[in-house]
Design a protein around this ligand. Sequence first.
Ligand code: NAD
Length: 365
Amino acid sequence: MTTEIVTPKELHKVDPVFGQVSFDNHEQIVFCNDKDTGLKAIIGIHNTVLGPALGGTRMWKYTNEWEALNDVLRLSRGMTYKSAVSGLNLGGGKAVIIADAKTEKTPEMIIKFGQFINSLSGKYITAEDVGTTTADMDLIRDYTAHVTGISESRGGSGNPSPVTAYGVYMGMKAAAKFQLGSDNLSGKKVLVQGIGHVGETLVDYLTKEGALVQITDINEGRLQEIENKYGATIYKGADLYSADVDIYAPCALGATINDETIHRIKARVIAGAANNQLANEVVHGQLLKDMGIAYAPDFLINAGGIINVYGEIVGYGKDEAMRRTENIYNTTLEIFHFAQTQGITTHQAALAIAEKRIEERKREK
Ligand code: NAD
């Protein structure tokens, strides 16, 4: 799931849409253009076998349209697998708006986008993502019912990050059980990279359980704050990947497990919130397996957020969202055992389980 850009010079080599590197039998791709508001958006509907395609809207100043198209194709496919492996009756979709969220976003543009979503009659349901906010979703809600992540005062499910953190914590415990023999994290050395919305709540769970938590972040002020609040230790080493820890939790950026870092990793377990942690799913997934490192697939253990917004569609509350998120523990263990018996990577195992669910539903239909 890496973004690849096809340059205009290479145009003749591939078909413009269905020939894109990230095209994966997507059901529908909708290009939205509105001259008056400057809206240029692409909605990618990857698969709706399990239900409507749900996924956030990313607003980003893409370098060119190819980059935007590939991003929406890649991200919408990812949503299909995330929902399927989490047992949700949702398909995979995503939208991108080609604009700078800081300087180009206007209410008129968001309204127009909401009207485009409405024209799809519920086949695609949006939510917030990078560059869009709860306030944007509230505005979209005035023009379509097919939006989640709206504010709690309007019947929404509220901030998904604490639920995401709970799922990561559950996935981490399951990975520890499989790899280290116990899911009790007391005394276990855990390095949390990125102590933002998700990372902070994860640190809270871990320190409460008695784990020995070290933290890293590019934001110095945040490090001090979290150290004081939870008693976590700021990691002081020069190279965080070679840190002497049991568990590495990437909760900042994607692709931190790459050619440069992978051979330095000393942790026995990797379990974190960041999306697309493996720079190359196939190559780095296999290398982790060969190195005997238990990798909890990111798209499985960071699904708490989507489980939370799913409640807005099917009408359950926070308790049910937490119960379903807790089940990430069982699914993670199931995936580790399945990967072990099949001799495949955990990433492949998670994809296989998701695909099986989609295929079964297709047959039922
Ligand atoms: P956030 O922006 O609140 O926090 C990210 C933190 O990482 C910030 O404190 C930032 O300073 C830090 N950071 C950035 N670059 C860094 C670097 N190079 N090294 C160390 N720290 C760095 O984001 P979040 O909502 O906590 O999400 C964290 C990750 O989890 C993201 O990759 C996000 O895509 C993913 N995720 C989040 C959710 C959710 O519900 N918020 C759901 C699924 C996946």
